[in-house]
Each structure stands twice: as structure tokens, then as C-alpha cells.
Design a protein around this ligand. Sequence first.
Ligand code: MG
Length: 358
Amino acid sequence: MTNHAAFAAEDAVTAVAAPAQPGRHFASFPPRRARDCRKAALGRMDLSTSGVLMAGSLLETMKASSPRHAMSAVGADHEEWIENHPSALEWFEGVLAAAEGKQIVMFLDYDGTLSPIVKDPDSAVMTEEMRDAVRGVAQHFPTAIVSGRCRDKVFNFVKLEELYYAGSHGMDIKGPTKVSNHKAKADEILCQPATEFLPVIQEVYKTLTAKMKSIHGAMVENNKFCLSVHFRNVEEDKWDTLAREVRAVLDGYKELCLTKGRKVLEIRPSIKWDKGNALEFLLESLGYEGRSDVFPIYIGDDRTDEDAFKVLRNIGQGIGILVTKSPKETSASYSLREPAEVKEFLRKLVKSNGTKKD
Ligand SMILES: [Mg+2]
């Protein structure tokens, strides 16, 4: 196992981060024209950088995601990692200073960020306190939930109509259904770059559901434009069988690809569209493209969130915050340990914004 693989505690992350520079992420970026999201997604994924699991790597990657396999590599490097990815709470004043005078736009992953990771994905509810914190943020800043779940499902968890929702890893984006404080033409925002894949995704869902019945604890979740095969509750000696079954089903579908999240395999259309594209699309839709006075904050815990962290690094604007209790390779600049800290961070942000306006 390489150091790279061993470093990941809960999930393998492929991006190699440059050392973080807290408070130095707001250089301007060149103006771009708003795009048609379906056209933009026509390109195929770059398999070398997309995190797509290539042949032979599947079981190894699943094992690398297990804390039992990864913890031994963590201890000594933790201090150095925290230095490079400081706590967004402990360095809160630095975050505020970087955002000073700029329009904050908030992007939040759901599972593991706003809600704890639980054994049954259908039970991943968020607390009322967290809902209040997100509601508070949305009153001050445009706020989007960016999740691998299907949009309807994540909306049913969050239940806030004033937010933007990007479900299915950003392949299903919709603006608020309720008038918010922000002036964007929110209800006109709709982006579904993978609609042509719906029939094949549903077909694979049926096949996989049937195949997984023989593997105790395996669960296939239908997220509309993508599928999730959860193996959190599968005994480790059955992972190889599960991996082979999933791979065998996908062999017949070259238009789909396989990626890995936290104890989950994701089946997605092979198009160039991810959470990073969703972030860019929303910034453009909100009229913030090319503006140096905008400060996006993206908070997420998973490998798929790395695509959004990379976008922020590339545009040199805003900050990415990785939610994790242990060191991981990441393109995020800051860290928070768990959803409770996310809630605290959101509350502090609202409080400081309110104080500023008084
Ligand atoms: Mg997550």
C-alpha cells in the first residue's frame, strides 16, 4: 500500500494539496460566460484525475477506506496536517479577514457535514439545531446544498425552501422555491446535464438491486442520476464478492463509471460533471462569475467534495473546509472535525455578519 492510500482514514482522496495558506484565497479570476450545463457536460471524464476506479483497484480502495486499515498511518502526521489545514473554528478570525468586504456564498455537503454518517442512509436526519444554523446562514448569504443524494431526498432531510439544491453529485440543480433575501433569479435555475442517462441508470438500479440481495448488509440507493452501493453494513470478507458483482454489472455499460465515497461505491454517467461543476454553475447563475468580491465557502467531508475544493483552489478564491477527524489528502484549506463543529462555524459566521451590520 502506498503512503497515499494509507493516509486516508475514511475514504481515499486522490488530490494532492499544496500547503494551505489560511486567509490568502481571494485573488480575482477571469470572467466567464454562463454556460448551458448540458453542453458543458458533453465532454467525458478525464479518467486520470476524476477519481474513477480503474480495473483491479476496487477492493484495495474499499479496504483503504476502512479506519481499521488506515489508522496506523495517521498518528505522527496529524500535527503537520493540522498545521496545513487549520481548524476553521480556531482560525475563525482569519477566515473572516479573508472574506472581509466580499459576498460570501455558502456551499454545504449533506451526509457527514450537516448530518452524522449513520448505518442506515435513510436515517441520516439533521438536528433542529443544525437546521436553524443553516436557515440563519441562508438569511445572510446565498446557500446551496450539494449532495450525492437525489435532490428530492436531500430536500426532505433539510426542508428549507430558501436554499439552492444540487443533488446527484451536482447533476440535478434547482434554485429556491421560496423567495430569499438574494436577488438572483433563483426559480429559473435548473440544471440537469445527465437526463439522457436516466433510462440506463434505472436499468442498472434494477439489476444491481437484484444482485446485491445475496450480499448481507449491501444496499443500493437510487439517487436518480447516479446510484450508490452502500457497503458500510457488509462484513469485510464479502467486500471482494460485492466489488466483483458491481464490476460485472457495469462491464455492460461503458457510458457509466464507478467512483468511491465513504463506505459507498457510486455509479455515475461518464460525463464531465461533478460537484465542482455544480459550484461553478451556481456561481455563474447567481451572477458572481468574474467578480473578485465574491467569497465562496465549500464545506464537505467526502472524496466527491474534492472536485469543488479543487475549483476554489484553481480560481484562487474562497475556501474549502474538509470535515474529518483524521488527516486526509485534500485540496481543502481548512478543516472541521464533525457536523457539530460545522454547526458552530455556521453560527459564528451569522453572528459576526449580524454584528458587522449593526
Ligand atoms: Mg458527505
